[in-house]
Design a binder for this molecule. Structure first.
Ligand code: GLC
Ligand code: MN
Length: 271
């Protein structure tokens, strides 16, 4: 890494305040890693002033961006919430930074990941359900006017297998799986919460759980669902650090029960 390389962690909120608790927890988790790099939060105009003030108070640099509408809203979305995730692509426009680590607002960092800034761009980790596609919740990229323009151009004719940014980006960086090893992040840099739970629940797999550096709550968001399949206690631990008033004994019992139920379900499925 060049000594003068300008680095930043970037996340995004769009479509209102629903993911504000996620950004709060992510910011808190990053601070706990003692990273020297700034945290930049892209927000669309529908994220309230009150939330922006709270997040700015927690160390996020807030930058407003215009939303990028889904280019093909008529095509199938895997989940309705994928409708506005294309706004994430604005991160390539942050050309005042040389290298960005983009983190979805539904992630938390559990070990320092500053080593990601020494990675080549583009870099990402495999997705869980089709491992030769990457998951777009954690990405190492070099902002660039040229790439940004190419992305915006490609967007118009694009196909996206999930209807969101991830399907599109896998088309755009279509050779990702065949890129040099530096461009392929180990799975621990984007560990899906239910996989973490699976590793933790089984004594023989437990050592692998230590490889988790970034936990990604891909399916259920801890702050949006009282029931959650895996890894939720870790997220709540971070969140309680900012909002001790949210800590309720019933919360803890529910999480313990949910995690246990998930393990039992997997046990029943695989025998
Ligand atoms: C997946 C990814 C997320 C992405 C979404 C839409 O949920 O984890 O990062 O925004 O797909 O493509
Ligand atoms: Mn996500």
């Amino acid at each position: 890494m060049r000594p003068d390389q300008k680095n930043a962690y970037v996340s995004m909120l769009c479509g209102g305040d629903a993911y504000v608790p996620g950004a709060e927890a992510l910011g808190r988790s990053l601070a706990a890693t003692k990273t020297p790099y700034p945290k930049v939060l892209l927000v669309t105009s529908d994220v309230t002033e009150a939330s922006r003030a709270v997040l700015a108070g927690q160390g996020w640099q807030i930058r407003e961006v215009a939303p990028i509408p889904n280019p093909h809203p008529d095509r199938g979305l895997l989940f309705a919430r994928f409708g506005n995730t294309f706004t994430k692509l604005r991160v390539w426009g942050l050309t005042d930074f040389d290298k960005v680590v983009f983190l979805d607002a539904d992630t938390i960092v559990v070990q320092n990941v500053d080593d990601l800034f020494a990675r080549p761009a583009f870099a990402a980790a495999p997705d869980f359900f089709v491992p030769d596609r990457f998951n777009s919740g954690v990405m190492v990229l070099d902002p660039s006017a040229e790439t940004y323009a190419a992305i915006m151009k490609a967007l118009q004719g694009s196909l996206s297998y999930d209807g969101g940014d991830q399907g599109f980006l896998n088309e755009f960086f279509t050779n990702w799986y065949a890129m040099p090893v530096g461009n392929r992040l180990p799975a621990g840099y984007n560990m899906h919460h239910f996989i973490l739970q699976f590793l933790v629940a089984h004594p023989s797999l437990r050592p692998m759980a230590k490889e988790a550096r970034i936990i990604h709550y891909t399916l259920q968001k801890p702050w949006l669902t009282p029931t959650l399949a895996g890894g939720s206690e870790l997220w709540w631990k971070v969140y309680y650090g900012i909002h001790p008033e949210a800590e309720q004994p019933w919360h803890r019992s529910i999480h313990a029960l949910e995690d246990w139920s998930f393990d039992r379900l997997v046990g029943a499925l695989i025998g």
